[in-house]
Write a protein that binds this ligand. Sequence first.
Ligand code: LER
Ligand code: MN
Length: 274
Amino acid sequence: MIKSAVTVSIVEEARNGPFVFHDDVSAACRTAAELGFDAIELFAPSGQALRSLPLASLLNQHQLKLAAVGTGAGMVVHQLHLCDRDAARRQQAEKFIREIMSAGAEFQAPAIIGSMQGKWDDVVDKPTAIAHLRDALQRLGDHAESLGTVLLYEPLNRYETNLVNTIEQGIALLKPLATKSVMLLADLFHMNIEEASVAAAIQDAGTSVGHVHFVDSNRQAAGRGHLEFGPIASALASIGYEGYASAEAFPIPDSLTTARQTIDTFRKCFRSSS
Ligand code: LER
Ligand code: MN
């Protein structure tokens, strides 16, 4: 059965980012639980910052799981990424990701590689960038396996990366890897920009899909834009997806309305008997 999650960011530099709740993890957990979410997804400044939260007691108190942990603070705060021209910076990026992976794994939560994948440029050409990214994903995938989790790799729309924009390109990126521990994150907002058909792309990805960012065309709560969720829900059912549909959306008009609208649409999509 598909499970629901909602994002919480405690990254100051991402205050205007597409996260439903900001800053107060305790209040976010309380509201998420009251609305009936299964889990939260956390965007934190570092592995250390994750560890310094009273996460075990909050999750336990509210009967929530940790769906996933984001690594994008490495880029947003430190401008680190896996395709940097400087090998030492690439290593720092990988170390930053590993620390978040380890902190998340204590709660069986996978880490997400989104903006940390980086871009190609006039110094690092596209084949070199793809090679750097594949090498890093191989090592990080092995690390995820050793932690008993997976790593989630997220294709992003063309305005955020020039490396991998579609699910099909994501599958091609992961195909040569000698690990099954890297899975795709299907973000419906990015897919709405890049895919000919969001539902068909999910269908084609099949069992490669490990996580879903559940959001509408305008990056607001599912139900506030023009995505057709019926075919998307059917595609997820047909591939046997049983992971999280996690709300990564702007808190427009506010966090509570966004969370409430998300869980309403989630229930219509995944819990209605008709
Ligand atoms: C960035 O646009 C995004 O979708 C995040 O999930 C990546 O970390
Ligand atoms: Mn996303």
